[in-house]
Design a protein around this ligand. Structure first.
Ligand code: GCU
Length: 363
């Protein structure tokens, strides 16, 4: 009996210890906003009747709960519920729970869910303007890319161009620069010969990979880890967070900064839902979206640095700085080809070139 009590006490201490460790862990690092907003995520409502009157707003996200986009969306949820909490409850579904991104875009189109965060490559097949972001080496620097995304004349035109498809983009999230990572080092385009590299499920991504000289293997994001682990593919291309947040650094130990794309992710809303909101409600949803971008971008800056450190020190990933020129040469002819094949992006391309030129002329 005494032994049993002793065992219980030990177990109690152990559980208590674990709780303390978890609490401290949750408070550390970039994601400090996570836990306070996360508590709100599960906020209990006071009465069941009020609950049943509420419209549940569902958001699908491919990323995990520690990702900057999830943290941005928690700010979105909070902002909406603080102002319209008697009418709306925002629920965020991370980790592709509601389906891989392309499927979730379809569900948003039909109104089965209300919002989805989707990379522009995933939107290409629904609205061809989004192909502009798949153009390799469209931007010469992250600053150039961010300046464009902060330009509302440009974003407004893109956001409003998908009404026919049944959805409207509310805001963008930073998704950094895309680079190769693989089981073996890629230092020059010739190293890609004979390699099988995962690409997003978009025709432009497939073409780009072929132009680089690798075999393109399109698949959804959630399948990449196992595909690399089992040797079905040799590598993939993405930002640094894929190494840590999605654990790809466990199976791919070389990350090459060749920076072939700089792309945003989009918060896409079902158009009928948005049009059904009152003027005041619509304004609040739009303000919430703008706030979520601000939060996401701050978190992004911080998490990218952290991801690099973790990947290097804890996962043994080597980051390779390479000469971009040979990589650019391989794929630059694609730019012209894409413009000729897709008139929807020609004007946007001209706009970007003009903006880049103006930026260069600035003293
Ligand atoms: C990034 C991006 C996602 C995209 C994913 C992918 O994580 O943020 O939107 O789906 O890459 O490569 O599929």
């Amino acid at each position: 009996m005494r032994q049993w009590r002793h065992f219980c006490r030990v177990r109690l201490f152990f559980i208590f210890g674990m709780i303390v460790v978890l609490l401290v862990g949750a408070m550390a690092g970039c994601g400090k906003k996570q836990d306070d907003v996360a508590q709100n995520n599960g906020k209990a409502e006071s009465s069941e009747r009020a609950e049943s009157r509420k419209r549940i707003v569902r958001i699908s996200l491919g990323q995990s709960e520690s990702h900057p986009q999830y943290i941005g969306l928690l700010a979105f949820k909070d902002y909406v519920e603080e102002r319209l909490g008697d009418r709306y409850e925002v629920q965020i579904f991370p980790n592709e729970i509601l389906g891989a991104t392309q499927r979730a875009v379809e569900l948003t189109q039909t109104g089965a869910i209300d919002f989805v965060v989707a990379g522009t490559a995933n939107l290409e097949t629904f609205a061809d303007v989004y192909e502009i972001f798949s153009m390799p080496y469209l931007f010469d620097s992250p600053e150039e890319y961010r300046a464009l995304m902060e330009d509302e004349t440009f974003t407004k035109r893109i956001y409003e161009s998908t009404d026919e498809a049944g959805f409207r983009v509310l805001t963008w999230y930073d998704a950094g620069t895309r680079n190769f990572y693989a089981r073996k080092p890629i230092e020059k385009p010739e190293d890609l010969k004979g390699m099988k590299i995962r690409v997003q499920q978009s025709p432009a991504s497939v073409k780009m990979m072929q132009a680089f000289g690798a075999a393109a293997s399109p698949m959804s994001f959630g399948e990449v880890y196992t595909a690399i682990q089992q040797g079905v593919i040799d590598g993939a291309e993405n930002n640094e967070l894929a190494l840590t947040n999605n654990k790809h650094g466990e199976v791919a130990k070389y990350f090459t900064y060749n920076m072939h794309q700089m792309v945003p992710d989009m918060l896409v809303g079902n158009l009928k839902f948005l049009n059904g909101l009152s003027e005041e409600e619509r304004r609040i949803f739009e303000e919430a979206a703008a706030l979520s971008t601000q939060v996401e971008r701050e978190e992004w800056e911080c998490q990218v640095e952290e991801a690099k450190n973790t990947a290097m020190k804890e996962m043994g990933v080597t980051f390779l700085e390479v000469d971009l020129e040979p990589f650019r040469e391989k794929v630059m002819p694609l730019q012209q080809e894409m413009i000729e094949e897709n008139p929807a992006i020609a004007e946007l391309y001209q706009y970007i070139q003009k903006k880049k030129k103006m930026g260069q002329e600035k003293p």
